[in-house]
Every structure is written in structure tokens, then in C-alpha cells.
Design a protein around this ligand. Structure first.
Ligand SMILES: COc1cc2c(cc1NS(C)(=O)=O)=CC1=C(NCc3c(C)cccc3C)N=NC=21
Length: 268
């Protein structure tokens, strides 16, 4: 059998963790000792055979700041995906629950962790397509890792996939995605700028209260998110450059990582 196929008899389910966009996530044990997260795919929520192909690629994407895929169970239904377990759950909830108690240095370290993951994906020509705080997880050591990369291509619910759909991440998308569906690592850079804004506002919703259709109009007219109170001018300048109207005007993740590391050093 394939090396990415997990034998379900080696998995024990312990408790439910919460509901994600693809289905239910549970805490489990693999071979009785290793804590894992197990996500069952709702039948009909995605093309299962497509995901199996994707799983083979995701198994090859290994980086300390990407949530590591351990494998899939495809021999029974519903199919499930097994990854490393991240004790402190999703970054958005963590920011909202711990805002005010986390210091500025940690906020910048979150941006550095996620930028390292995105630079790795960039060098492997892998586009995330849905980078946001809701798609990042926090480990027991408060390290932040990126997950669900590339999964939006396998969602059948066209509320997610069409840019006019109610669940499309309009507030994290650049003009070329909103108007031409043009994805690239530079469209991920735009989303990264919004992720930085989520981090430095400790979990606020971007363009809060505004309807998606109004945000498309505002962005197209050149409006951008305001400077979060906890963001220095240097940090705001960094996220602002991620929102350049043209993809080629935005920095690469390699460039962003250099500048975030420099800011982190200066802050020490
Ligand atoms: C502690 O709390 C949590 C921990 C995790 C978690 C959710 C919660 N809590 S919450 C936010 O309230 O729901 C989701 C995962 C996860 N991987 C998920 C995953 C799988 C299994 C397959 C493919 C893609 C992905 C991203 N690893 N650890 C956790």
C-alpha cells in the first residue's frame, strides 16, 4: 500500500476539537503514542480522488512552519486526513482569547513563522489561495504554522470558490483575484498583508461590518486597511506594501522574510 495511506486500526479517536470548513476535526492517537488531529471529509464536500492526488504533493511539502500532513485513510468512508496536533488551536481564536496578554515581540514572531512557511511554498511554486489567521494553527510552544494550503481547489461548495460566493475570502483577496481569478504567490502576499493586520489587531475582522461587494469597490478605488494600534510604522509599511495594486509591485516572501527578521532583531 502507499506510504501515505494510514491503517485506520492504528488510529484511536479521543475527542472532538471543532468544526472546520471541510468537516469535523478530532484529537486522536496514532500507534497509541503520537497525538494527531483527524479531519473527516464530509461526503460530497470535495472530489475525494482529487484530494488523494493533492495528498501526495502535500506529503512532500515538509517545513517546520507548515502543519505536517501524516497521511490519509481512504479505505473507509468518510475519508479522513491525519496531521500533526497543534495544542493551542486556530490562530484567530488564540489572538481573540489571548489578545492584550501577548506582547508585541510575539505578534512579530507570528508574522515571521507564517512568512517562513509562505517563503517555502513560494520556492516550491505552491500557491496557498486561502491564507488567513483562520487557516493557521498554534503549537504548545506558541509556534504558528500554516495549514489547509491549496485545499480551496478541492472544495465543491461554490460559495467558497466563486468570487461572488458568500464564503469567498474577498477581504483577503487582491484585485487581480477579485476581477480575473488570477492566483499567484503575489496574490498570497496580499493575503499575508491582511494576515499581518489580523495579528496586530489581535483578531479583528478586516473591513469589519462591510459587505464583500463594498470591499471590492473600496479596494478597487485604492482604499486600504488602517494601521493597527499595536503596529509600528515599520510594521505597517510592510503590510501596506503587500497591498500594492499590481502583483509585481508587491515584495516576494523572500524579501518580506528578510525585512521581518530585521525588524525582529531591531526590536530585541
Ligand atoms: C486544540 O484545538 C484545535 C487543534 C487543532 C485543530 C482545531 C482545534 N480547535 S478548534 C479551532 O476549536 O477547532 C485542527 C488541527 C490540526 N489539523 C487540522 C487539519 C487536518 C486534521 C487535516 C487537514 C488539514 C488540517 C488543517 N492539527 N491540530 C489541530
Amino acid at each position: 500500500s502507499e506510504k501515505w495511506e494510514i491503517d485506520p486500526s492504528e488510529l484511536t479517536v479521543m475527542k472532538e476539537l471543532g468544526c472546520g470548513q471541510f468537516g469535523l476535526v478530532r484529537l486522536g492517537k496514532w500507534r497509541a503514542l503520537c497525538k494527531v488531529a483527524i479531519k473527516t471529509i464530509n461526503e460530497g464536500a470535495m472530489h475525494e480522488e482529487d484530494f488523494i492526488e493533492e495528498a501526495k504533493i502535500m506529503m512532500r511539502l515538509c517545513h517546520p512552519k507548515l502543519v505536517q500532513l501524516y497521511g490519509v485513510c481512504t479505505r473507509q468512508h468518510p475519508m479522513c486526513i491525519v496531521t500533526e496536533f497543534m495544542e493551542n488551536g486556530c490562530l484567530l481564536n488564540y489572538l481573540r482569547q489571548n489578545g492584550g496578554t501577548v506582547g508585541q515581540p510575539w505578534l512579530l514572531s507570528v508574522c515571521q513563522d507564517t512568512c517562513e512557511a509562505m517563503q517555502y511554498l513560494e520556492t516550491h511554486n505552491f500557491i496557498h489561495r486561502d491564507l488567513a489567521a483562520r487557516n493557521c494553527l498554534v503549537s504548545d510552544k506558541n509556534v504558528v504554522k500554516v495549514c489547509d494550503f491549496g485545499m480551496t481547489r478541492y472544495v465543491l461548495d461554490n460559495q467558497y470558490t466563486s468570487s461572488t460566493g458568500s464564503k469567498f475570502p474577498v477581504k483577503w483577496s487582491p484585485p487581480e483575484v477579485l476581477h480575473y481569478n488570477k492566483y499567484s504567490s503575489k496574490s498570497d502576499v496580499w493575503s499575508f498583508g491582511v494576515l499581518m493586520w489580523e495579528v496586530f489587531t489581535e483578531g479583528k475582522t478586516p473591513f469589519d461590518g462591510r459587505a464583500n461587494v463594498d470591499v471590492v469597490d473600496e479596494i478597487t478605488r485604492g482604499h486600504r486597511l488602517y494601521r493597527p494600534h499595536k503596529a509600528s510604522n515599520d510594521v505597517y509599511q510592510l503590510m501596506y506594501q503587500c497591498w500594492h495594486e499590481r502583483p509585481q509591485g508587491r515584495p516576494s516572501f523572500s524579501e518580506l522574510l528578510k525585512r521581518i527578521r530585521l525588524l525582529a532583531e531591531l526590536a530585541d
